[in-house]
Ligand binder design. Structure first.
Ligand code: HEC
Ligand code: HEC
Length: 255
């Protein structure tokens, strides 16, 4: 499931990259569906440098004849011609292949790359392995924060306290209180939706302790809604430590 979500997300990125307004990494794409996650990932840095210097030229010269948008051979792998300037899309498409296989299995019927070219592909595999390992660490950290949210925040803090003001009104996701909105208990999957709201909000703001600090009244439009140094403020604090792991990881690509 998680992998499917990521794949969809990566595809979204590749579409977004076809525009020219891409900010510097980490690139953030918000998903419109509350059930799929929005993530921050980076395919910049060393992996992109390597790609552009060594892999992309080979792809343009030797691969695109078969692996193109038409994909008449049904290879499931397509590359864009460089004129379209979507070379990160090419990178991502090859990266997606390595999620399943870790190595790029080019069958014998493939044009055989020279040893030097082969070594460039191997280096790409190495970066890919780092990438997928990093993603799985992020996934683990997110699951931990989400699990904690489900067990300790949703029923005891979010529903009884925060939804008093941080609640979505109407279709366009307006709230009474800033950008942070939650779903009330009568909404199906409210816990899942709310943990996602909290996750996205904290990741967007890159500030793991924002639920905690606002709740205890630090610069909060709702004043103090959870007294500091209580069981409940402790739960928010513990959640912020888990969120800190998530944000740290997401903001430190392995290359
Ligand atoms: C002559 C046509 C042709 C060329 C040129 C070609 N490929 Fe392929 N490629 C295929 C076909 C057909 C498949 C699917 C069947 C197979 O694996 O042989 C494939 C499959 C692949 C796969 C496996 C995809 C998967 O889902 O696991 C990878 C990776 C790949 N190609 C990479 C490359 C790279 C990199 C180049 C350029 C160096 C390249 N190919 C050049 C025809 C080609
Ligand atoms: C009495 C109403 C009220 C309650 C209850 C309330 N808040 Fe707020 N909250 C506000 C208002 C108003 C703002 C907007 C002003 C601001 O940013 O402080 C806000 C803002 C926030 C923000 C910043 C949102 C943004 O857009 O930057 C966070 C985070 C937050 N609250 C967390 C919480 C948490 C966690 C709870 C439950 C423990 C909670 N609040 C309960 C009224 C409330």
């Amino acid at each position: 499931m998680a992998n499917t979500g990521l794949k969809i997300w990566l595809l979204l990125i590749s579409f977004a990259l076809s525009g020219c307004l891409m900010p510097d990494p980490p690139v953030k794409i918000g998903s419109t569906s509350a059930q799929t996650q929005s993530r921050s990932i980076s395919v910049d840095g060393a992996i992109a440098d390597h790609w552009h210097s060594y892999v992309e030229p080979i792809v343009q010269e030797q691969c695109i004849a078969c692996h193109n948008a038409n994909d008449t051979l049904n290879t499931g792998l397509s590359f864009q011609p460089s004129e379209l300037n979507q070379t990160n899309e090419n990178l991502i498409n090859l990266l997606l292949i390595t999620e399943k296989t870790t190595t790029l299995n080019m069958s014998a019927s493939h044009p055989q790359p020279s040893p030097k070219e082969q070594s460039y592909f191997e280096e790409f595999e190495y970066y890919s392995a780092l990438y997928w390992n990093w993603q799985s660490q992020i996934q683990t950290a997110r699951s931990q924060a989400n699990g904690f949210f489900d067990r300790h925040l949703e029923a005891d803090i979010i529903q009884p306290v925060c939804t008093g003001c941080h609640v979505f009104i109407g279709e366009d996701q307006q709230t009474f209180a800033g950008d942070l909105g939650f779903y009330e208990y009568y909404v199906n999957n409210h816990s899942e939706l709310n943990r996602q709201q909290a996750m996205d909000f904290l990741v967007d703001h890159q500030q793991a302790d924002l639920l905690y600090s606002k709740a205890i009244g630090m610069d909060h439009g709702g004043a103090t809604v959870i007294r500091p140094n209580t069981e409940f403020s402790d739960l928010l604090l513990q959640h912020s430590l888990l969120m800190d792991d998530v944000i740290q990881l997401m903001t430190s690509p392995p290359y």
